[in-house]
Design a protein around this ligand. Structure first.
Ligand code: NDP
Length: 470
């Protein structure tokens, strides 16, 4: 008898934990995984939730186990596996069943899947999920894209399993079509920038100020009670305190300095460039990960050039305070940019993205959860159509308060050869953004000189050409 109320396909890290979370919230869940051994392992580990789980060895059994109309969550590797899974499911499902892709899909793939499923009688939802393993198990942040009535049908279970911020569910319908996966992509882009800027101030403390990992951990720990209070600062403090069991050294000191990436950071940058909205802090973070992967070249370059001499080393709390404020300033730039990219996408794809809601559902469950997001939610609630977060009263005050610190840290880092690419790009962004008279007059002239592209004049309407070469 079909007793499951929902199904989950894919029992990897995320799918398995999401299924247990669903069962934990009182819903009967059917599960299926391509490799049956993993399904068996999952069933064996379900413990007291076993009576809420139907583990299926075949897709046919899986579909038969769910009460129609069936909501089916696909949580497999993004890309081609999702298409393969949809193709295998399609003939087994019936009208009104809902396929929910909960992986980190490229939103352009999601839009294609919406089109592919049109007229099939099936409903599709593209859903971003953030929170990693722990979030999936105990409450992730959930970003839903698709038809609003489809969301209404799955809203009870999705809000039940989502994280809660002061009792408010961190799950919401954000717009039609690829809106949910787009917002998840930008979430991850911002996450790249957040992590990179934290790594940059860690680098300054380690390599310029000569602090050891436990001492740096104490700084992050202290920051976690201030305006930087966030999950990423908390785990940074925790990571830096952990000792390696084999060597007795801080584990961070023996971890290879090369970070991987799966695509969402890169997609954020590509989409921001396509829309002509700068996301320089995210770009710098993605580029820094690529540079981190070039370990051999970096070693060769260090052998060739050496490292710049260290000078101008400030000691004491003043520099630590500057680092804290520089990080906050960089954060403002990264979030202002991320939200500006979402605003542009919202206009382009007619999603009408609710910015305050996005900030609200990121306040708990997801990797970038923080006190800061509560302030962003308030800023967008007060001024939903503001062109840039930096122009809201609260964030403009924050920029005024942190600007000098960011400037000092970037300048001192440059003088000492400390790479702080995301912080430096945040500073350059602010300095460019706030200068009413920039330097593109010269670019206009150059373009007209070599390509007769024409230019606008300050004192006259229309397109003009210069008397070049005459
Ligand atoms: P895992 O690597 O832990 O698991 C991958 C899952 O995908 C397995 O169930 C695997 O099945 C299945 N799979 C892979 N290829 C195929 C295929 N061709 N056909 C059918 N099934 C396939 O991944 P995660 O759980 O970490 O990630 C799942 C999705 O969630 C991804 O899109 C990921 O980007 C996203 N995500 C991950 C987060 C994380 O922190 N890990 C956070 C948020 C989203 P099998 O056992 O047969 O190999």
């Amino acid at each position: 008898m079909a007793e499951a109320e929902i199904g989950v396909i894919g029992l990897g890290v995320m799918g398995a934990n999401l299924a247990l979370n669903i069962a934990d919230n009182g819903y009967h869940v059917a599960v299926y995984n391509r490799t049956t051994a993993r399904t068996d392992e999952f069933a064996a580990s379900a413990g007291e939730l076993s009576d809420k789980v139907t583990a299926c060895a075949t897709l046919e059994d899986f579909v038969a186990a769910i009460r129609p109309p069936r909501p089916v969550i696909i949580m497999v590797k993004a890309g081609e596996p999702v298409d393969a899974q949809i193709a295998a499911l399609k003939p087994l499902l019936a009208a009104n069943d809902i396929i929910i892709d909960a992986g980190n899909a490229n939103f352009r793939d999601t839009m294609r899947r919406f089109t592919d499923l049109e007229g099939s009688g099936l409903t599709f939802i593209g859903m971003g999920v953030s929170g990693g393993e722990e979030g999936a198990r105990h409450g992730p942040s959930i970003m839903v894209g698709g038809a609003e009535d489809a969301w209404k049908r799955v809203e009870p279970v999705l809000t039940a399993i989502s994280a809660k911020f002061e009792g408010e569910a961190c799950a919401a319908w954000l717009g039609e079509n690829g809106a949910g996966h787009f917002v998840k992509t930008i979430h991850n882009g911002i996450e790249y920038a957040d992590m990179q800027m934290i790594a940059e101030v860690y680098g300054v403390m380690r390599d310029h100020l000569g602090m050891d990992a436990p001492t740096i951990a104490a700084v992050f720990s202290a920051w976690s009670t201030g305006p930087l209070d966030s999950y990423l600062i908390d785990i940074t403090a925790e990571v830096l305190m952990v000792q390696d069991a084999h060597t007795g050294r801080p584990i961070a000191d023996i971890i290879v300095d090369a970070a991987g990436q799966k695509g969402t950071g890169r997609w954020s940058v590509i989409e921001s460039q396509m829309m002509g909205v700068p996301a320089t802090a995210i770009e710098a973070a993605v580029a820094a990960r690529s540079l981190s992967a070039m370990r051999e070249q970096r070693a060769l370059a260090q052998a060739e050039f050496g490292l710049p001499a260290q000078h101008d080393r400030r000691e004491g709390q003043a520099v630590i305070k500057d680092l804290e404020k520089a990080l906050l300033a960089g954060k403002v730039a990264a979030y202002a940019q991320g939200f500006a990219v979402m605003a542009a996408a919202s206009a382009e794809f007619k999603w009408n993205l609710p910015m305050a809601t996005i900030a609200r559902i990121w306040r708990a469950g997801c990797i970038i959860r923080s006190r800061f997001l509560d302030e962003i939610a308030t800023a967008f609630t007060n001024d939903p159509d503001v062109a840039n977060l930096a122009l809201t009263p609260a964030f403009s005050a924050m920029i005024r308060d942190t600007d000098a610190s960011l400037r000092r840290i970037v300048a001192e880092s440059a003088m000492n050869g400390m790479p702080v690419p995301a912080l430096a790009s945040a500073l350059a962004y602010f300095d460019t953004y706030r200068r009413a008279r920039g330097t593109a007059n010269l670019i206009q002239a150059q373009r007209d000189f070599f390509g007769a592209h024409g230019f606008a004049r300050l004192d006259a309407e229309g397109e003009h050409h210069g008397p070049w070469g005459s």
